[in-house]
Design a protein around this ligand. Structure first.
Ligand SMILES: [Zn+2]
Length: 294
């Protein structure tokens, strides 16, 4: 791994693995380049194994120590990736371990590119993939800007679900590699929420929508509806669907989801949880009456 040092208009190149015990002070942080290279290599090998070609760490990842005084806002440009020139990670803004996490983030983009999914993926999915990688390296960030905001929100939800989060990294990574956009990610969260908490959505769908295409369409609509939902709202919506009376049709559920989206848009300040209950009220299964026959 290479480290470019910029100082007084001069640029020198340091091979990090050969830096011994050398300590580099950039801004207010201290870095041990050799140790950083070891950490990055260890994480990357754990995560991607043989898929990590030998050239990637040596030729496609470059660290840079800029002259101090050039730092911008939080996390701004602490790392960049481009398919043409690879990854650049800046020293000086964050401590050593966070900087290692950012390196793994940028490598996430590289590995996504090599797997062939990067070009087809939307901005949210691209960042989500990389946020999964940096989390694996112990870096947890929060963001205000898009697409990072949505991507980090979705990855945090997915990771907290045991049926997803407890799987080995390779399994989690491969699942994300199959996706191309933000709603597919929301769909994956719904799938793992159903699985983790046995909400019965899959069983319900098999009973009420015999046609697989219809099931997929309904799940797609559910994913669009829940794209920005909290886990609690997802849970509420899914539990409400499976509690619908036996006469409800998938078309009716789709209509209810549309009306939830419409009302939420029209009354953004209203409690979404109450909107969900309101829209489903006509289809709610009547409370069991024990003495109905008496
Ligand atoms: Zn990124």
């Amino acid at each position: 791994m290479q480290l470019l040092l910029h100082a007084n208009g001069q640029q020198t190149v340091l091979t990090m693995e050969n830096a011994g015990n050398q300590v580099l002070v950039v801004g207010e942080h201290r870095y041990k380049p050799a140790q950083m290279a070891r950490k990055v290599r260890r994480y990357a090998t754990q995560m991607w194994g043989d898929e990590l070609g030998p050239d990637i760490l040596n030729e496609r990842l470059t660290f840079e120590a800029l002259e101090t005084g050039r730092t911008n806002g939080p996390w701004a440009d602490s790392g960049t990736f481009s398919p043409r020139s690879g990854s650049f990670v800046s020293l000086g803004r964050w401590d050593e371990d966070s900087t290692v996490g950012i390196a793994l983030h940028e490598m996430g983009h590289e590995m996504h590119l090599r797997r062939g999914g990067y070009d087809a993926a939307d901005g949210v999915l691209r960042e989500a993939v990389s946020l999964l990688a940096e989390r694996e390296a112990g870096l947890l960030r929060s963001f205000e800007r898009e697409p990072y905001y949505t991507a980090s929100h979705l990855i945090a939800q997915l990771s907290e679900l045991p049926a997803f989060g407890n799987q080995p990294f390779t399994k989690r990574w491969n699942e994300l590699m199959e996706l191309t956009n933000d709603t597919a990610l929301a769909d994956l969260i719904n799938f793992y929420l159903d699985k983790s908490e046995r909400l019965g959505l899959e069983r319900w769908l098999k009973r009420f929508a015999a046609n697989p295409e219809l099931r997929d369409a309904l799940l797609g609509k559910l994913a669009v509806t829940t794209l920005r939902y909290s886990m609690e709202l997802r849970r509420q919506l899914m539990k409400t669907i499976v509690r619908c009376g036996a006469t409800v049709t998938p078309e009716q559920i789709a209509q209810v989801l549309d009306s939830i989206v419409t009302l939420d848009r029209r009354y953004p300040d209203d409690d979404l949880s109450r909107i969900i209950d309101f829209c489903f009220a006509p289809h709610a299964r009547p409370k069991r009456r024990l003495f109905a026959l008496g």
